[in-house]
Ligand binder design. Structure first.
Ligand SMILES: Cc1cc2nc3c(=O)[nH]c(=O)nc-3n(C[C@H](O)[C@H](O)[C@H](O)COP(=O)(O)OP(=O)(O)OC[C@H]3O[C@@H](n4cnc5c(N)ncnc54)[C@H](O)[C@@H]3O)c2cc1C
Length: 255
């Protein structure tokens, strides 16, 4: 939705200014606007452009948001693949999930939430939030005031970090990378699959989340003594471009 959002702010002050227009920011914006607040959402990217997730969550969460149109596949099973550093692999362990999970289309979810937001009067602006000074949100397109502000800009947390520089514990962040591959039409996969053990990313894990026509393959590494260790044996060989990279508690690059 490249055209959404003004390049300048229509007002000097809003009841609520939100940095970040991913799931967290958009849902907060929609609910606040429905309670009668004036809301401005600022994002540096187009709505739905910055996927940072494998996009698996509980089906009930999507139902509560009224966002089931974005569901790609429903999962009732989790499958754990234990990968020893050497020797024989054990059979995968399958568990029935206590409640259904769903993989969803990130762009569609965000765009649909943005449509709801706009119907409820939320304003959007394309700008980079750089900090918080003198009770104002500072951006590369000027300053704006909010009676309340929410930092939903992912792991870098530009507002929160501006107020408390140690807010983001960089030494505690995990680092992830993900690609999408086409599912074979004749035999699509199901279930949420995880690979763990010294034979895969360690310390860390890998996953394969089927999502309709595609499967999302990802790896995530935890830091050890401030370093990320290389994958010993990639859990899958892929050639497509990355769809999601990031670090958790947030997203978007590997330190
Ligand atoms: C590879 C990977 C896979 C994951 N898979 C899952 C999963 O399957 N299920 C799950 O529940 N969680 C998953 N996570 C975690 C999940 O993605 C994050 O917890 C979630 O994305 C955080 O949402 P958010 O809305 O707070 O921030 P984000 O999704 O990071 O969105 C931040 C938004 O803020 C914008 N922004 C950033 N900086 C600025 C700035 N300075 N100014 C303006 N805008 C800015 C960005 O453009 C973006 O739109 C995964 C994480 C990774 C890295």
């Amino acid at each position: 939705m490249e055209t959404v959002g003004s390049q300048t702010f229509l007002r000097e002050t809003y009841d609520l200014v939100i940095a970040g227009a991913s799931f967290a920011g958009l849902v907060a914006a929609r609910e606040a606007a429905r309670l009668g607040a004036s809301v401005l959402v600022i994002d540096v990217q187009a709505i739905g452009a910055g996927q940072t997730s494998a996009c698996a969550t509980t089906l009930s969460a999507l139902q509560m948001l009224g966002m089931t149109a974005a569901v790609q596949q429903v999962h009732r099973e989790m499958v754990i693949h234990l990968e020893p550093a050497s020797g024989r692999r054990s059979d995968p362990l399958s568990f029935r999930l206590p409640y259904p999970f769903a993989t969803f289309d990130y762009g569609k979810l965000c765009r649909n939430l943005a449509v709801d937001c706009m119907a409820d009067g939320v304003e959007f602006a394309r700008a980079r939030v750089t900090g918080y000074q003198a009770s104002q949100v500072v951006t590369d397109r000027g300053r704006v005031s909010g009676t309340c502000t929410i930092d939903a800009a992912g792991w870098r947390a530009p507002l929160a970090s501006s107020i408390a520089p140690t807010h983001v514990r960089r030494d505690h962040l995990s680092c992830g990378l993900e690609v999408e591959v086409q599912q074979p039409g004749h035999s699509p996969a199901s279930g949420l699959h995880f690979w763990a053990g010294h034979g895969t990313v360690w310390p860390g894990y890998a996953w394969a989340f089927p999502a309709g026509a595609v499967t999302r393959l990802g790896v995530l590494a935890f830091p050890e003594a401030g370093r990320y260790f290389p994958t010993h044996r990639p859990s899958a060989s892929v050639t497509t471009g990355a769809v999601a990279t990031g670090v958790s508690g947030g997203s978007s690059h590997c330190p």
